[in-house]
Design a protein around this ligand. Structure first.
Ligand code: SF4
Length: 873
């Protein structure tokens, strides 16, 4: 794939040379897996699960996990045109040559992208066509694997539960089996004995009214793999740092796994039980290492419900001081109403106030009780009032429509609640905006609502239009809604069965791809495919009989059917079930309390599966009396020692100070040539942060390090003389700055030398740049291209239309070229003069030598000239 980089759109997606990338000696590797994410690089690189899995595999000597993402459709067309199979980022190895390919299935709309990636990798789609070791073991993990039946016939195995608990062992065993050429089917049967491993071929299904039945006596159910203690589990402290384009481009610190609030619609809240928390001390330690190793400028504190982390106040104070000292911002996604103390809100407000988001999910108290949301209107209003008092101006409220028992009165209550939130803001909130974000409810497997019907698309639209009309007359409240088509499709596949396998294959053949992207989603291929196979979407979206078997009954997340049914009954009675974290066990079946077995029998024999809560009560609830530990629950008593004061707390540091300025000259070579200017800026900023140089920051609410770059180098052009101007708040020896930076630059970006400059507000730009142009092609082609330069220089002008933001722009390229000398080695030495105008040197070369493919012309910048000085490569 790598040889096609000059042709690929956004080539940095396929480089695999980021900071922190895992490298291994392939001759010593016993097991190789591609961690495949069925979406673009920028989505996959935002996903914490992928990084945890990479850590779990790569920390084992002899095992290697590489990455592969779905290429965009334009890139896929180029791969197909050149017959190049999809390959891994790290070593450019075609997927078919690895021992295993492991897909992350985070949702159902990515299923056709799995087929797309297998197809691009030239691997047979169906598992039964991959019986030999000519093909890797194709597996999947992630939330959607609790019902993988629609995609089951394309997978050799699925992993249910905590993937890092089992993946390294799987890769080890698969590598060994492949080397020994063991019969694959027999080997997969053996793997099925491991916790969490589901081999679809070992189960048969006889049709809609039948249960999925095991073909292996004694192996009737598959139980999820579970880590009893997150503290002992692998977690990345130096993850690969994406090229500045990830959707969530920051370091993510997982505080806890599992949530026992018990929202009845929530799949994650059921399947990731029980709650397992990390201690604030280990989290603080992990964070310090990660900031030093990555240079990220933002940290996200993540769990299913971050505000429920029981030692949040202590953790936040520790993290806050460390981050403030390094100008690193903190985000706390997934916050519940009332889960943040005023103290934390105040501290967040002092650094950066982005919009606040809250999820009441339903407008009326009745419906919130039906879904067991545990949020009262008073608590919500009190929460937003505190937000407004601390300076927040924008509040986003998430709601679902189509929840079981919902009526029009519940819809009207959404509008009323938004207006009450708006009115809770005082007159001081000048730019007040309340946004209601609406998503249609999709019944999910392994939840108390798995038997409920999903409302039709027409009904979704009616309810959305009703809300739109109701919002229209009101100021400062707006309505946004999730595309109904996406929920519609999700509703088909989330509770689907094996009849949907051929449907997926047909829909893929008809062009269904990237269905979770608003601009790409098309329902027609799916609807046509369903019809071709005699199916209708409605039969998958309809309510299910609680007495009948379900297509996912053989897959066990630990929460019992009896508990789910009881919760369903309580939902219909609008009866609330308390959180078991601080109260009595509600008997969902996951935990192994003394004297009572967990549902997870297989692992209970070997592991101590218990909920682990670090503190007996939430540390931000100081006034309430301590809650006694419930039977069987492990509680670590007592607070942790006070954390050491941060450098920022000890002394006041003026981050805006400007004491010294330096120009650093560096090379941009090989794969690094494909980084865009924007990506380069973020890479260099993070390298400077890792080098722990005392950067000077701009003033204001979003302080940025004071960096200045030369002219943007076009993507795909190499340079032996790029420069970067940095401003420090302390004068250091230039050689010390260069040495510190040299140790932190990614492959292909090599600092060469440094010069001290007078401290200027705006460092100057080069007037002239020198390039070497080399061709690859036949002798005849090269002679013609060189001849075109001789003709070009002989002309008075060279007019052509160049692309610009405002459409084609008539340009005279001739006046931008000071000289073009044909060299004896076949190259052309070019000097561009930018004193009157500027354009991309690459575009200029392609215009002069048109028609020419970017594969045939390679540019290298070798010098740049400033008013008084010259930079030389
Ligand atoms: S078994 Fe009890 S304590 Fe454990 S998660 Fe379920 S309800 Fe909570």
């Amino acid at each position: 794939m790598k040889e096609l980089l000059p042709l690929l759109p956004r080539p940095s997606r396929y480089l695999g040379c980021e900071w922190g990338v895992a490298r291994k000696d392939l001759s010593r590797v016993r097991g190789r897996v591609a961690l495949a994410f069925p979406d673009l690089y920028e989505v996959g690189m935002s996903y914490l699960g992928q990084k945890i899995l990479a850590q779990a595999v790569n920390e084992r000597e002899g095992l290697y996990a590489e990455r592969v993402f779905a290429p965009c459709v334009d890139a896929a067309a180029i791969l197909r045109e050149h017959g190049a199979p999809l390959a891994t980022l790290e070593t450019d190895t075609p997927l078919a040559r690895l021992d295993a390919v492991a897909f992350s299935l985070t949702h159902e709309l990515c299923y056709t992208n799995v087929l797309y990636m297998l197809d691009l990798a030239q691997i047979p789609l169906r598992a039964n066509a991959r019986a030999s070791w000519d093909w890797p073991v194709v597996m999947a993990g992630g939330g959607a694997c609790y019902n993988p039946e629609p995609i089951a016939e394309f997978l050799d195995l699925c992993v249910l539960g905590d993937g890092e608990a089992i993946l390294p062992e799987l890769v080890e065993r698969i590598g060994a089996a492949r080397r020994a050429n063991r019969p694959k089917a027999e080997f997969l049967r053996e793997l099925a004995a491991l916790p969490g491993v589901y081999v679809p071929a070992l189960f048969a299904w006889d049709g809609p009214d039948a249960a999925v039945r095991s073909l292996l006596p004694g192996h009737e159910r598959v139980e999820k793999a579970m880590l009893p203690d997150l503290s002992a589990a692998p977690f990345p402290t130096a993850p690969t740092v994406p090229f500045g384009q990830a959707v969530h481009d920051r370091y993510t610190l997982e505080l806890a796994r599992g949530c026992t609030r018990g929202c009845r619609f929530c799949h994650a809240g059921m399947v990731y039980r029980p709650v397992r928390e990390k201690t604030p001390e280990e989290l603080g330690d992990t964070l310090s290492k990660a900031i030093a190793a990555t240079g990220f400028e933002e940290v996200s504190l993540l769990s299913l419900s971050t505000g429920d982390y029981s030692a949040l106040e202590k953790l936040f104070d520790t993290v806050f001081d460390r981050c403030a000292a390094e100008q690193v911002s903190i985000s706390l996604p997934s916050l519940r109403v009332g889960s943040l103390s005023e103290h934390i809100m105040g501290r967040i407000a002092s650094i950066r106030r982005t919009g606040a988001t809250l999820a009441p999910e339903a407008g009326s108290q009745r419906l919130r009780d039906v879904i067991n949301k545990g949020v009262t209107e008073d608590a919500l209003i009190a929460h937003v009032r505190t937000l407004f008092e601390h300076g927040w101006q924008q509040v986003k409220l998430y709601f679902m429509i189509g929840l079981p028992t919902e009526t029009d009165a519940d819809l009207d209550a959404i509008v009323d609640l938004c207006l009450k939130v708006r009115d809770a803001a005082g007159r001081h909130v000048k730019r007040l905006q309340v946004t209601a974000a609406i998503s249609p409810f999709v019944p999910k497997t392994h939840t108390p609502f798995q038997w409920e019907p999903q409302i039709s698309m027409a009904e979704i639209r009616r309810r959305i239009y009703r809300l739109k009309d109701a919002f229209k007359p009101h100021k400062r409240v707006t309505l946004k809604y999730h595309q109904p088509e996406m929920s519609f499709l999700e509703g088909v596949f989330s509770r689907g069965d094996r009849r949907l396998g051929p449907v997926l294959e047909s829909a893929y053949a008809k062009g269904a791809l990237f269905s979770s992207w608003k601009d790409f989603l098309r329902l027609e291929p799916f609807l046509e495919a369903l019809a071709e196979h005699g199916l209708s979407p409605e039969e998958f979206q309809a309510g299910r009989d609680p007495a009948a078997t379900l297509p996912w009954d053989h897959l066990d997340c630990g929460v019992s059917r009896e508990f789910l049914l009881a919760e369903r009954r309580r939902a219909h009675a609008a009866s609330v079930t308390p959180d078991c974290r601080y109260g009595a066990c509600q008997g969902c079946g996951v935990c192994n309390h003394e004297g009572r077995k967990s549902r997870l029998t297989q692992q209970a024999a070997t592991q101590d599966i218990r909920p682990r809560v670090v503190f007996a009560r939430r540390d931000q609830e100081a006034a309430s009396p301590p809650i006694l530990p419930v039977e069987g629950r492990e509680v670590v008593q007592g607070d942790a020692p006070e954390s050491a004061p941060s450098p920022a707390a000890e002394t006041h540091v003026d981050l805006n100070e400007r004491q010294a300025q330096y120009r650093v000259w560096y090379e941009k070579r090989a794969e690094a040539a494909y980084l865009s200017q924007l990506e380069l800026q973020s890479i260099l900023e993070r390298a400077l942060r890792r080098a722990r140089l005392p950067l000077s920051f701009s003033a204001g609410f979003h302080p940025m390090p004071r960096l200045s770059f030369g002219r943007a180098l076009p993507v795909g052009v190499e340079s032996a003389c790029e420069c970067l101007t940095i401003t420090l708040r302390e004068a250091l020896r230039p050689e010390a700055v260069l040495a510190a930076l040299r140790a932190q630059m990614p492959t292909g970006l090599t600092p060469l030398r440094i010069e001290s400059l007078p401290v200027l507000k705006r460092p100057e730009q080069p007037l002239r740049e020198r390039f070497t142009l080399r061709y690859s092609g036949t002798a005849e082609d090269v002679a013609r291209w060189r001849g075109q330069w001789a003709e070009f220089m002989a002309r008075e002008n060279f007019l052509f239309d160049r692309k610009s933001k405002n459409g084609p722009k008539a340009t005279d390229a001739r006046r931008m070229v000071a000289s073009a000398e044909l060299q004896a080695d076949g190259s052309v030495a070019l000097i561009f003069d930018w004193s009157s105008d500027y354009m991309s040197p690459k575009a200029l070369v392609l215009a002069v030598n048109a028609p020419i493919t970017p594969l045939a012309a390679r540019l290298l910048k070798v010098g740049q000239e400033f008013q008084n000085k010259t930079g030389q490569g």
